[in-house]
Design a protein around this ligand. Structure first.
Ligand SMILES: [Cu+2]
Length: 174
């Protein structure tokens, strides 16, 4: 009986070691998978896809007026691909809400309107978000934004995902 229980303990010990080894291996694989998924779900993958299809330039955020919790972000988006692309949404870590807006004349008064569904940019065309026109509306602003603060604007292009565009806070140039 004694030899049997010694054998049993020995057997359990070996099985435990094998299982532990496999679990550790699996954990390592799992961790690698998580890192890969994290890389893909952050902008890395989208940015690589978009790099020769869309060109973002002149990105900036208007310095908010003192005490104001909203401002606008601007950028030129050039479609370098041979197909139409669609700008669907904008977001940024420095504001709680970000929307695509345009300006319309209503009874001789300029008003802002949210663009639902986004803008199509034809092959070769450039969509300009600029002062007095289309813009990225940023609401619920981080109160720490100052002149020359770096801001990450992210634009969602259909089929490509979120694309990170570095911008900087600037006083408006009139
Ligand atoms: Cu607006």
């Amino acid at each position: 009986m004694a030899s049997l229980s010694v054998f049993y303990i020995f057997f359990v010990d070996i099985i435990t070691k094998i299982l532990n080894h496999n679990i550790r291996k699996k954990m390592k694989f799992f961790r690698l998978m998580l890192i890969f998924i994290a890389m893909v779900s952050t902008n890395v993958f989208a940015n690589l896809l978009a790099i020769d299809q869309v060109k973002f330039s002149n990105a900036w955020v208007k310095m908010p007026m003192p005490g104001m919790h909203m401002t606008a972000g601007f950028v030129d988006i050039e479609n370098l691909s041979d197909k139409d692309i669609k700008l669907v949404a904008v977001r940024t870590p420095v504001s709680k809400v970000a929307e695509l807006h345009t300006m319309v004349m209503v009874d001789k008064v300029m008003q802002m309107r949210q663009i639902i569904g986004g803008w199509v940019i034809a092959s070769g065309d450039t969509l300009t978000l600029g002062p007095g026109g289309n813009h990225a509306m940023l609401m619920g602003l981080d109160p720490n934004l100052k002149n020359q603060t770096d801001v990450a604007l992210e634009f969602y292009i259909e089929g490509m995902g979120w694309i990170l565009v570095p911008a900087v806070v600037q006083a408006p140039k009139f």
